[in-house]
Ligand binder design. Structure first.
Ligand code: HEM
Length: 551
């Protein structure tokens, strides 16, 4: 009965507002061309009122649709952010723009979840978005309802501009399956454990570290390091940013940085970006594309003898991928691989500089190697690994990986400062998420087709009800008893789980182990709180300035 009433109200609303709009337009036209009012009430016809009526009608229509859907599916409405502007939600836009300027986006999300609840609705430039940091909802989005939650069109559009239309990060459905199937074997075959080639870059990194305990920005070096590793892995040619970058490599790296930063900002602005054309953004895309195209063309035309046993680009070319396809995947993998690892290691060094107790423990673990470079086998056979295996810290959605003991610190860094602090999916049909409805947020919540749902990994990882009252504290020891599942998703989960997680963890583990073999103490060079900006990944606004002291 209520469904019939709501359909009826919907119909009446459509007829009244639609009729009014048509009538206003006809009156205007007749006044202009035949200089005559058509109806005695012509004075009441106003295009301005018509313009206001449209969003009002859309609002009522959506509201009724939502309430009806909720009733039909035994759901309760989720809480709503108390907007001052209930039509476009411009108040939230201004809050977010201010937060971006002050680098407080992550903490604002966190505090909103804290004050409203772990699932709530908010308006973003006229569109309702469901915000959540509820593990059950995230599991639904990424796994159990995977088919119904493709990538959001905003993200697709934003990333398509920079990565291209075939990149694994911008496609869904069969095209995504194809891209993933093409990339996946490379990560398995390579075993991600070729420390030899990684070692060259780690040595370059160590060479750049000041040995006289002078202060320096480790973030800058980490981004150069991961760019060198990524390009070496992808093209078989490193940008050599740590040693002797060519003019092109420098230009590529700078353009890549700007391109990603601009893409993230544009993604946040949505349709408002139409008002803000960015010439530099376009130029940077061109620079990056032509840098990669040169390597691809070179590899295709010259059929070069491979310098190393494995180069990702050659594998793609041999799989029959078109040059455009190869370029798009290469861009995606540099994006996926470079900033994420650099961001994690930066956060980690920031906290290590403030936690000498943790540095001491880590150095004790590593001292078993007697200063030798760890082989992959040695990394695996460290005595602590047995303990971790006994403890069984293997997540259900990390089927192929167990974390060695000395990776625990990385895990902690990934919990508190996940490099991808939030993500979004859009429903392709009316659907029900398991939690978030009702005053207590425990009932299922109805989500109409076309709704964006943003989940905040950053806020999820800091939930006190999941991680304890000290959730915001850096305490690696908590992992000795923790068995998280969907409460811990730095690498996402489900079918689209990060393809490079083992590569990333090995790279980070190796670099950190080697740095700690060379340096005894890590100290902060300032007392500033951690200030992070959220681009496509998070990074530290003023860098991470530290002192390293050799033993
Ligand atoms: C600390 C390091 C890393 C973190 C925290 C991380 C995190 C993530 C996350 C959260 C996703 C899911 C994105 C989404 O579904 O929207 C993802 C996907 C992906 N990551 Fe990573 N990543 C890391 C390193 C890497 C590395 C080193 C590579 C490659 C060299 C890589 C390649 C990818 C690819 C290709 C995908 C897309 C998978 C798909 O859509 O099927 N990642 N990563």
């Amino acid at each position: 009965m209520s469904a019939v009433l709501s359909e009826f109200a919907h119909l009446i609303g459509a007829v009244i507002s639609g009729g009014y709009i048509v009538w206003s337009i006809v009156e205007r036209v007749s006044l202009k061309y035949i200089n005559r009012d058509l109806t005695p009430f012509a004075a009441y016809s106003s295009l301005w009122i018509a313009v206001v009526l449209v969003p009002f009608f859309i609002y009522i229509r959506n509201r009724l649709y939502y309430l009806r859907g909720s009733r039909m599916h035994d759901c309760k409405p989720a809480k709503v952010y108390p907007h001052r502007d209930p039509i476009l939600g411009l108040d939230m836009l201004f809050i977010m723009l201010k937060a971006v300027r002050e680098h407080k986006v992550l903490s604002i999300w966190y505090s909103l979840f804290h004050s409203i609840g772990s699932t709530y609705w908010t308006l973003t430039t006229g569109k309702w978005v469901l915000m959540t940091c509820e593990p059950e909802n995230i599991k639904a989005l990424l796994s159990t309802q995977f088919e119904s939650w493709p990538l959001s069109p905003i993200r697709k559009k934003g990333l398509e501009e920079v990565l291209g239309p075939h990149a694994i990060f911008t496609v869904d459905g069969p095209e995504w399956q194809h891209a993933r199937a093409m990339i996946r074997p490379s990560f398995v075959r390579r075993q991600i454990t070729d420390l030899e080639y990684m070692d060259r870059h780690v040595e370059n990194f160590l060479d750049r570290l000041p040995k006289d305990s002078s202060k320096f920005d480790i973030q800058e070096l980490l981004y150069l390091f991961t760019m060198d590793v990524s390009t070496d892995f992808m093209f078989g040619h490193s940008t050599n940013m740590l040693t002797n970058p060519s003019k092109e490599a420098l230009e590529f790296t700078n353009s890549f940085d700007y391109m990603l930063y601009a893409a993230a900002t544009r993604g946040r602005l949505g349709w408002l970006l139409l008002l803000m054309p960015d010439k530099r953004f376009r130029e940077c895309i061109k620079v990056c594309n032509s840098f990669i195209d040169r390597y691809v063309a070179d590899a295709i035309t010259q059929d070069k003898e491979k310098e190393r046993s494995y180069v990702f680009m050659y594998e793609l070319i041999q799989s029959g991928a078109s040059p455009r396809m190869v370029r798009d995947q290469l861009m995606a993998l540099i994006l996926g691989g470079r900033d994420t690892s650099a961001s994690t290691m930066t956060s980690l060094f920031w906290i290590l500089a403030r936690r000498p107790d943790v540095v001491k423990k880590l150095r004790n673990e590593i001292s078993d190697l007697n200063g030798r470079k760890p082989t992959c086998e040695e990394l695996k056979t460290l005595k602590y690994l047995n303990m971790v295996l006994k403890e069984g810290i293997t997540m259900s959605h990390f089927p192929q990986f167990c974390f060695p003991r000395n990776m625990l610190t990385c895990i902690v860094a990934l919990r508190l400062w996940p490099p991808l602090p939030s993500n979004m999916r859009t429903s392709n049909k009316d659907i029900v998420l398991p939690k978030g409805g009702g005053l207590d947020g425990q009932s299922p919540v109805f989500v109409p087709k076309g709704t964006d749902c943003r989940f905040s990994t950053y806020s999820l990882h800091r939930r006190k009800d999941l991680y304890g009252e000290d959730a915001e504290e850096f305490r690696p020891e908590r992992w000795e008893s923790l068995r998280p599942s969907w409460e811990y998703i730095p690498f996402s989960g489900g079918p689209r789980i990060c393809i490079g997680q083992q590569f990333a963890l090995t790279q980070m583990l190796y670099l950190i182990a080697r740095v700690l073999q060379h340096f005894d103490q890590i100290k902060p060079a300032d007392n500033n709180p951690m200030l992070q900006k959220a681009g496509t990944t998070i990074s530290m606004v003023k860098g991470c300035w530290i002192y390293l002291t050799p033993p």
